[in-house]
Design a protein around this ligand. Structure first.
Ligand code: TYD
Ligand code: MG
Length: 464
């Protein structure tokens, strides 16, 4: 006789549940992600029988509110991203590729906090205590009174944490290795991850400890399996970087208690992650001066100005459909800039492959980068290096006009601080930037004409 318990088939990508197996998940469109999981669905996992509910007190909207009490961990770049520290009782999901440095940054943060006299607990489900110790030793943190354990049972973890003084910070590395008795599917499945996360988050709210859950990221950038966990936690941070670079960027994807546009910049060294207080210097450090196709963009990340190099390569194509490849910028913005160049400035790149890259592995979302990207593209096409002491910022509109952007004073100040002497800016960016020579341009046509003139000059100088 078949088991009475209904078996559910759960998509491991998005958590959608089905009554039978199928190849494609209709909810998220992924193939081969549906797996049979036995046991109770987490919604019914509370353990209470259906029937009469328990009453609870309703509260007025007006009432005493306490400002979220925060605890800075002492790693300034980390605190910048969380919005000034860990909020009491909050749950944070930290996602990132394997090997990017999640465990490293968390042990460093926990150690700082513990050294400041707060109770910090680090639970590793992936590594043995000895391995975590070894890493701490390598980082020179062995003397920090962090409490360690290698555990995977959520019930045991919560029981242990509930004893003694409430910890200020609990790190669970990683949520995919945790399992709870409430749900009887295998660890790592969506149901298990969701059930475990739910219990740990409930523990955070009840006890007032800040809980950080580490989550692995799948190849396409999703935090593996439980997208649902993203909705359950108060903040989602993502730790990014490129294998070939030492830079690591911590970014808030969601934050109930702080900004989502701040980034924290770190450098992976032999002694762990080092904070980079002045990222512009770092991003410009490998600059290739005097070659065509590079422009320095004066950007803003959150509240902080950030200078970064935008590199373009425009080359005649050998393909029927020319390539458009972008790293670190929005593909559709590139298409738009190319269309505006073609429609309004007579720059036709239909027969060229176009590559655009933001140096240092940074990802830019600002429309203010349009002008720098356009400058780099035209510079590459015209074989005309841009002035090495110039920065660019401005939004390109579909009409070819250069639109002003926010915080131009801060951008110019940062550029001036780093020794830049010139800025190519939208018309109304007059303020700020003492000692900077501003070239105000109203339309993209002006920029193209300027760069083309430089190219012609260069050619003449080389020829004669
Ligand atoms: P880790 O924190 O284990 O990554 P994650 O937890 O995200 O999987 O970091 C592992 C990588 O970091 C590994 O490739 C080695 C490198 N690393 C250093 O370069 N220096 C260091 O001091 C440490 C601890 C790690
Ligand atoms: Mg790890």
């Amino acid at each position: 006789m078949a088991s009475k318990r209904s078996l559910s088939f759960i998509c491991q990508n998005c958590g959608a549940a089905y009554g039978r197996w199928q190849g494609k998940c209709e909810a998220c469109g992924e193939w081969n992600t549906i797996v049979e999981e036995g046991g109770t669905a987490p919604a019914a996992a509370g353990g209470r029988r259906p029937g009469k509910g328990r009453t609870f007190a309703l509260e007025p909207l007006a009432g005493e509110t306490h400002d979220a009490p925060r605890l800075p961990c002492g790693v300034a770049e980390f605190d910048r991203v969380t919005g000034g520290g860990f909020v009491r009782g909050s749950a944070i999901l930290l996602g990132g590729d394997p090997g990017i440095g999640k465990s490293t940054i968390l042990i460093q943060a926990a150690a700082k906090l513990a050294l400041a006299g707060h109770r910090a607990v680090y639970i590793s489900g992936e590594e043995a205590v000895a391995q975590v110790r070894l890493r701490a030793e390598r980082l020179g943190l062995s003397n920090a009174p962090v409490e360690l354990a290698s555990e995977t049972s959520v019930e045991d973890i919560i029981a242990t944490l509930s004893e003694g003084k409430t910890p200020r910070l609990v790190i669970i590395d990683s949520i995919q290795t945790m399992w709870t008795q409430v749900v009887d599917s295998a660890p790592g499945t969506v149901t298990q991850v969701r059930g475990s996360a739910q219990m740990l988050i409930r523990y955070a709210k009840k006890s007032g400890a800040a809980v950080i859950l580490v989550g692995h990221v799948t190849k396409d950038g999703q935090i593996a399996g439980p997208r649902v966990v993203e909705h359950m936690v108060d903040a989602v941070l993502s730790f990014e970087g490129e294998g070939s670079h030492q830079f690591r960027i911590l970014r808030a994807v969601k934050n109930r208690f702080g900004p989502t546009d701040e980034i924290g910049v770190f450098e992976m060294t032999g002694l762990g992650l080092r904070e980079v207080a002045n990222p512009s210097e770092l991003f410009l450090s490998e600059r290739d001066l005097g070659s065509p196709g590079t422009a320095v963009f004066a950007g803003i990340e959150g509240t902080r100005p950030l200078l970064v190099e935008i590199q373009a390569l425009v080359a005649p194509t050998t393909l029927g459909t020319p390539r458009r490849a972008v790293v670190g910028w929005d593909q559709s913005r590139l298409s738009m800039v190319l269309a505006v160049l073609q429609a309004h400035c007579g720059v036709n790149l239909g027969g060229h492959d176009v590559y655009l890259n933001v140096a240092g592995g940074l990802r830019i979302n600002e429309p203010a980068a349009d002008l720098a990207a356009a400058a780099a593209l035209v510079s590459s096409l015209a074989h005309a290096p841009l002035p090495a002491d110039a920065v660019y910022f401005g939004e390109v509109s579909l009409s070819g006009a250069i639109r002003p952007v926010a915080q131009s004073a801060a951008r110019l100040k940062e550029a001036s601080k780093l020794g830049f002497l010139r800025a190519v800016v939208p018309d109304s960016a007059r303020d700020g930037g003492e000692g900077m020579k501003l070239t105000e341009i109203g339309s993209l046509t002006t920029l193209v004409a300027d760069i083309a003139a430089r190219g012609a000059q260069e050619k003449r100088a080389k020829g004669g």
